[in-house]
Each structure stands twice: as structure tokens, then as C-alpha cells.
Ligand binder design. Structure first.
Ligand code: FAD
Ligand code: ATP
Length: 549
């Protein structure tokens, strides 16, 4: 056997913390970066009274326009986060936990860090438990706030909350003295002002209305690259105080307040929540480890913290601004090197933008079985099969290892996500929404637009009919885990096998729960003679199309 000599079983590698900086270094890097992005002392504040900044998925100080506008328009800023019980409810169709314990823990760390960073600037974070539409009008009334500033969202659950908050504020009557430029004696309502802030390219700069967004990513990308520029990050003054006087600012919540049990990451990557960690990871990835210059060649990896940026959990919670990443890429290109890899980070961030704008175009069809194209197709919802996928017991090491990584750490590589998605929908024929909702439960970087956008593409119901791909497991295993290092990490029982058999263990592993739809071409040891009969889904006889991007 060539490179396939069996190796001794090894004990699992320790958990890799992401970023891998010690707390002192992380604080130093975050402090320096925030300082670099502080507004000069001449920044103008010309408002009156109190403004509320309602933090949602923008848990950061750097490049936070809602925070900046609240500061400019007031004499006092009240920063608020509402722990909305709905985000700890159940997913829409299949009743999985809407937020799993790992993402809840990440959120707690984000809130603790935000509170700390706001306090360093003379503010604080008021944390209240309840629905924003009940909390915010009461606060606006109690503090006489003229405006509630918040980041705009695009999916219906969040839009609904925005509508209810706005309605609630309309019922609050404020005396004219709290409101700028109002006539003496008149009665005014506080306003909800929603600010765009999730994407790298600003929605107002797009060369088309979102209702006419191109159906093809490449067309979108070329158009924005040619016609738009990325705005510079908003600089926030070093001092934002004073806050209004508040009796009880509330504590950063604990997992049991969410009704969740702590889930310790025992293997793989442990992501640290919060803006300081996000800025630490950018520093580590770009400047300390110099990894961005090889990103394009490593990005399809699956094992360890360094094959890709790992920015997504912080982007999803808004502890990291995509415009800051853009500026860091440009700075790196100027100071060190510009190449395909440095560009490719932006290329991927444009995918993220695209899915965000697409959610505005598609509305709820993004979440419907037929997807934006309303594709009619018979799916199955077989619980036992689904559970074998969810729990990593399908008999295919590559699937099982990825699913175990997801439930243990809350993360999975992009390569892994595409493979397990294809397996669920094509080989098992299972309703893609079951997979998407399980991802919604588990992912640290869960974002409705990127998650449901990618799942609709993977299921062949997305808005671009060409994005209809089958991922052959044997081929993916040979290309992306040729020595079986990844599967042996997550399934240690495979480590004692020769390297080239770890992905094809035959009788040495669980019996596959379904045959592969397109047979086992390319497999070396597995499933001989099981045939290639398709199960469940029939995708109109489409042939495998290899890999995406
Ligand atoms: C079925 C499926 C579900 C997914 N669900 C999510 C999700 O809920 N949230 C999420 O952020 N990403 C999702 N992705 C996209 C992608 O897998 C992750 O963004 C990526 O793996 C995160 O790791 P990274 O930050 O190291 O990415 P990198 O490779 O370093 O890429 C840099 C950034 O580009 C963006 N990006 C890269 N690929 C994509 C993509 N395909 N779609 C959108 N943005 C992308 C991310 O913001 C990422 O942080 C999903 C992909 C698939 C196939
Ligand atoms: N942020 C989000 N995360 C997960 N799912 C979301 C989010 N926002 C919206 N959805 C999904 O959008 C869908 C809305 O379904 P709902 O029944 O409310 O409306 P609908 O019947 O689809 O509405 P319409 O017929 O007007 O399109 C649900 O599947 C819901 O889970």
C-alpha cells in the first residue's frame, strides 16, 4: 500500500480556540483597532434629548451607523439589547430549537463584550428580557427618547418585529421638549429609524432595485464591482457618554436563563464571541499568520482554524463589519501583497451580500419548499433517515464526520456544508427544509439569508436553475480528504485504518443507510455491488455536475 500504511491511533487534538490569541493580546489588538477607527475629537454632536440604540445583529462598536446616528442626534444615548424569547422558540416547520446552546453561548459572549466596549466609551448596555415591541416603547416613554435607531433586517420574522416596534412607538406621546425641531406644546411620537448595515456594498448604491436583482450571482458581482464603491467604515468618537441614568442595567444573561444547558466544546474549534475576538481573528488571519495571501488555495479545506477566515460567526452576529474586512484587505494589499487570494475573500463576501439582497427580492419564498422558482418536487420527511444524517450515523464517514463537527462545535466548512446538503437532498431525497432548519439550530454563523439562500441552491430550488449540483461523496473524499485525516479526526475508530481506506471503510464501519444516487464511481472499497438506484428524489435525470466554486 502506497501512502496508506496504517497509523497508530492518536488521541484527539486539543480544542483550537478561534482566535488563537491569549486574552491580553486580544484586548490589545481590539483596543488598537478601535482606537484607529475612533472619530477625531471634532466630530459634531448637535442633537437634543435621548436617543435609543436598539442592538440587534449588529453587536459592535466599530462601523456601527445606528450607534453613531444615535450619538449625533442626542445628548444622551441609551443602548439596549432585548433578549427576545422568540429566538429561543422552535423552528418553523419541524420544531427544532431555534437557537442551539452553542450559538446562545456565542451570543452571551458577544453581549458581554459589547457591554464592556460601550462602557469603555462612557456608555453601558441595558439588557432586558422580553419582546422588543413591548420593551422599546416603554423605554422610549420613560426616557422621553425621540428616536430608536436600529439596523434594518430583511426577513419576515425580523420585519414583523420592526413593524410592531414602530406601531408601539406610535402609541407613545412625548412632550415637545424631548423632540428636536417640534413646535412648543405639540405632542410627538418617538420614531423608529432603521439603518442599513449588514452588507459590504450599501443597498442604496446598488445599480438596480432589489426587485430587479440579477438571478445570476456573476451578473450581480460584475455589476456591483464595476459600478459601486464600498463606503468607508463609520468612525465612532472615543467618548459617547453620558448615558441616561438607569437604576438597573441588567446582567449579561446566562444559558439557563434561555432554558438551555451548557454544551462544552470538547473537540474541534471553540469560537470566542464578541467584537474583541472578531478583531483579534482578523488580526491573526491577515497580519499575524499571513494566511490571506493563500486563501484561495486553502479555502476548500475542512480541518483546523486556518484553511479559511472563520469570520462568519462574527459577521452573522454583527460583531464584525464586512466593510472593515474590505478595508483590511485593501490595507494588506498595499502593505504586503495583492493576489487572487486577497481578492477572493471579497469575492466570497459578495456572495454574502448577494444572499442578503436576494432575501429582500424573494421574500418568504426563500423559506418555502419550492423555493423562489416554485419548483414542484416530491420530497420525503422520513424521521429515521433524517436522524441518521443529523446524528452522523449514515455510514458515509465524510457525512458523519461533518455532522459531528457541526453538533460539537456549531461550525462546518463550506465544503462540508455543500456535501452534506447534497447528500440529504439528492441521495436521501429528504425535504431540504429539515436540513436547513437543523443548520438554523446549530450554526454559530446562522444567518437566514445565507443559510436558506445556500440551501435553496443546494436543493435545486434556488433562483438560479444552474446552481443544481450533485456532490459525489467518493470524489469529494478523494479530492478534499485524500488521507482521511478529517474523517479520522471526527471518527477516531477510523484512525487505525490505512489512510486511503478511512473514507471507504466498507465492513469496518456502519452499513450505509442509503445507496448513492449516482453510484459509487470513484470509490475504491465501498459499497461494491449495491447498485446506484436513486432513492426518493428524482431530479429529472440530471447528471452530477462536480463541484461548485
Ligand atoms: C448549505 C449551506 C448553508 C450555509 N449557511 C450559512 C449560514 O447560515 N451563515 C453563513 O454565514 N454562511 C452560510 N453558508 C456559507 C458558507 O459555508 C460559510 O459562510 C463559510 O463556510 C463560513 O466560513 P468562513 O468564514 O471561514 O468562510 P470563508 O471561506 O473564509 O469566506 C469568507 C466569508 O465569505 C462569506 N461566504 C463564503 N461563502 C459563502 C456562501 N456560500 N454564502 C454566503 N456567504 C459566504 C462568509 O461571510 C464568510 O465568512 C452556508 C453554505 C451552505 C452550502
Ligand atoms: N429570520 C428567519 N429565520 C428563519 N426563518 C424565517 C426568518 N424569517 C422568516 N422566516 C420564515 O419565513 C416563513 C414565513 O412563513 P409564514 O407562514 O409567516 O408566511 P407565508 O405563509 O410564507 O407568507 P406569504 O404567503 O405571505 O409568503 C416561515 O417559514 C419562517 O420560518
Amino acid at each position: 500500500m502506497s501512502s496508506s500504511s496504517s497509523s497508530k491511533p492518536e488521541s484527539p487534538a486539543p480544542v483550537s480556540q478561534v482566535p488563537g490569541l491569549d486574552p491580553v493580546e486580544m484586548e490589545r489588538v481590539a483596543g488598537q483597532t478601535l482606537q484607529r477607527y475612533s472619530a477625531s475629537s471634532s466630530a459634531k454632536r448637535n442633537g437634543r434629548g435621548v436617543a435609543v440604540v436598539w442592538f440587534r445583529n449588529d453587536l459592535r462598536v466599530l462601523d456601527n451607523e445606528a450607534l453613531y446616528k444615535a450619538w449625533v442626534s442626542s445628548q444622551e444615548v441609551l443602548a439596549v439589547y432585548c433578549v427576545d424569547p422568540r429566538i429561543f422558540g422552535s423552528t418553523h416547520y419541524f420544531g427544532f430549537p431555534k437557537t442551539g446552546a452553542l450559538r446562545a453561548q456565542f451570543l452571551i459572549e458577544c453581549l458581554a463584550d459589547l457591554k464592556k466596549n460601550l462602557m469603555k466609551r462612557g456608555l453601558n448596555l441595558l439588557i432586558q428580557h422580553g419582546k422588543p415591541e413591548e420593551i422599546l416603547p416603554d423605554l422610549a416613554k420613560a426616557f422621553g427618547a425621540h428616536t430608536v435607531y436600529a439596523q434594518k433586517e430583511t426577513c419576515s420574522e425580523e420585519l414583523n418585529v420592526e413593524r410592531l416596534v414602530s406601531k408601539g412607538l406610535q402609541r407613545v406621546a412625548l412632550p415637545s421638549s424631548s423632540v428636536q425641531s417640534s413646535k412648543p406644546g405639540s405632542v410627538n411620537n418617538p420614531k423608529l429609524q432603521l439603518i442599513w448595515g449588514t452588507t459590504m456594498y450599501h443597498i442604496d448604491d446598488l445599480p438596480f432595485d432589489t426587485s430587479s436583482l440579477p438571478d445570476m450571482y456573476t451578473q450581480f458581482r460584475k455589476s456591483v464591482e464595476a459600478k459601486c464603491t464600498v463606503h468607508g467604515c463609520i468612525k465612532i468618537p472615543a467618548s459617547l457618554g453620558p448615558p441616561p441614568s438607569v437604576e438597573d442595567w441588567g446582567c449579561v444573561p446566562s444559558l439557563d436563563q434561555f432554558g438551555l444547558q451548557s454544551s462544552i466544546v470538547s473537540k474541534g474549534m471553540k469560537f470566542v464571541g464578541g467584537e474583541s475576538a472578531a478583531l483579534g481573528r482578523v488580526h491573526e488571519y491577515f497580519w499575524k499568520k499571513d494566511l490571506v495571501k493563500i486563501y484561495k488555495h486553502t479555502r476548500n479545506g475542512m480541518l483546523g482554524p486556518d484553511y479559511s477566515t472563520k469570520f462568519s460567526p462574527w459577521l452573522a452576529s454583527g460583531s464584525l463589519s464586512p466593510r472593515f474586512i474590505y478595508e483590511e484587505v485593501k490595507r494588506y494589499e498595499k502593505e504586503r501583497e495583492a493576489n487572487d487570494s486577497t481578492y477572493w475573500v471579497l469575492f466570497e463576501l459578495i456572495w454574502r451580500d448577494y444572499f442578503r439582497f436576494l432575501s429582500a427580492k424573494c421574500g418568504n419564498s426563500l423559506f418555502h419548499l419550492g423555493g423562489p422558482r416554485k419548483v414542484e418536487h416530491r420530497w420525503i420527511q422520513e424521521r429515521t433517515l433524517f436522524e441518521s444524517w443529523r446524528d452522523g450515523h449514515t455510514g458515509y464517514p465524510l457525512i458523519d464526520a461533518n455532522m459531528k463537527e457541526l453538533s460539537t462545535t456549531g461550525f462546518m466548512s463550506n465544503r462540508g456544508r455543500q456535501i452534506v446538503c447534497s447528500f440529504l437532498v439528492r441521495d436521501m431525497g429528504i425535504d431540504w427544509r429539515m436540513g436547513a432548519e437543523w443548520f438554523e439550530t446549530c450554526l454559530l454563523d446562522y444567518d437566514p439569508c445565507s443559510n436558506y439562500g445556500n440551501w435553496t441552491y443546494g436543493a435545486g430550488v434556488g433562483n438560479d436553475p444552474r446552481e443544481d449540483r450533485y456532490f459525489s461523496i467518493p470524489k469529494q473524499a478523494q479530492n478534499y480528504d485524500p488521507d482521511g485525516e478529517y474523517v479520522a479526526y471526527w471518527l477516531p475508530q477510523l484512525r487505525s485504518l490505512p489512510k486511503d481506506r478511512r473514507n471507504f471503510p466498507g465492513m469496518a464501519y456502519i452499513k450505509p443507510v442509503v445507496p448513492l444516487k449516482f453510484g459509487n464511481a470513484g470509490s475504491r472499497h465501498q459499497n461494491q455491488g449495491r447498485g446506484s438506484a436513486a432513492r426518493g428524489a428524482n431530479f429529472g435525470g440530471r447528471q452530477p455536475r462536480g463541484q461548485r466554486r
